[in-house]
Design a protein around this ligand. Structure first.
Ligand code: GLN
Length: 281
């Protein structure tokens, strides 16, 4: 069997099982099996595939068939300009979260020396991407999950930022240290009732701790805003990702707590997704 035949074989299995991105997934998973890249695989389609490699590939394809996300099978996901290690203990970085990075860059200059707090860091994708762009800034990253903190630390090391970010396994409620110039966060914001409506790949494989936020989906956002009043310097900014239909409530919460709304950013589906606000007192 050669690479092309293996891809066709996998493609058929995934297609029958209604995996929409079947072609791309088959190619990415074969490339991973060969410790290679998709580009290099595609110029070596006629190359023979060893039986052992094929069996390994088949196992991974059967995982994908059951809707396991490709990022978890590959153990990696691209976000902003870098690649991050991920597994089932952290949320898979999403393209819309890159808006947080864009906004941070917009509100800071190249040589600024800001201290940033990342709440619910997960894989660390937000704080690491920011610090790669703003080399004089430094960060503190919190997560309630010890396993997530270990992954974020690993990613920071991979990107040579381990000395610039302090990682702490703690709930924001119990964290009272320092005053920050920026707070960035992609908190859990999905309502209890919507959890069971998530697509299978997300619902069955991604950590619910990173997704679910009570009856109204706003419990974590609320506590984050209240806590930000204490943890931000005067004129400090919060850049926060929100869920569907949470724009008005979140804006209201920010305003009654003394924040000025700088920006409401829409995602690629034109839904309001990221809010930027300044603490005015
Ligand atoms: N900050 C991480 C991310 O954006 C994790 C977010 C989360 O777990 N809710 O991917």
């Amino acid at each position: 069997m050669n690479n092309l035949q293996a891809i066709n074989f996998a493609n058929k299995i995934l297609k029958v099982n209604k995996i929409k991105s079947h072609s791309l997934d088959s190619e990415l998973i074969l490339a991973k099996t060969l410790n290679s890249t998709r580009e290099s695989l595609l110029i070596n389609l006629n190359k023979k595939l060893k039986k052992k490699k094929f069996n390994k590939f088949k196992k991974l394809i059967l995982r994908r068939k059951k809707n396991e996300p490709v990022a978890q099978i590959l153990k990696s996901k691209e976000f902003w300009k870098s690649s991050f290690f991920i597994d089932e203990n952290v949320l898979i970085p999403r393209p819309e979260t890159e808006i947080i990075i864009e906004q941070f860059l917009k509100f800071t200059s190249k040589n600024s020396t800001k201290h940033i707090l990342d709440v619910g860091t997960g894989s660390g994708c937000i704080i690491i991407s920011i610090l790669k762009e703003r080399i004089n800034c430094y960060g503190t990253a919190l997560d309630i999950s010890k396993k997530a903190i270990n992954i974020a630390k690993y990613n920071a090391k991979m990107h040579h930022l381990q000395n610039k970010i302090k990682f702490i396994n703690i709930d924001i409620d119990k964290f009272n240290h320092n005053k920050y110039d920026f707070i960035v966060s992609n908190p859990p914001y999905i309502k209890n009732i919507d959890m069971k409506r998530l697509e299978d790949g997300v619902r069955l494989f991604e950590p619910h701790l990173a997704l679910n936020a009570g009856l109204d989906g706003l419990t974590i956002i609320k506590k984050l805003i209240l806590k930000s009043k204490l943890l931000l310097k005067k004129n400090g900014k919060i850049i926060i990702e929100i869920g569907e239909n949470q724009k008005y409530t979140t804006m209201k919460l920010l305003q009654i707590n003394g924040f000025y709304i700088n920006n409401v950013c829409r995602d690629y589906q034109t839904k309001p997704r990221v809010l930027v606000a300044t603490k005015t007192f």
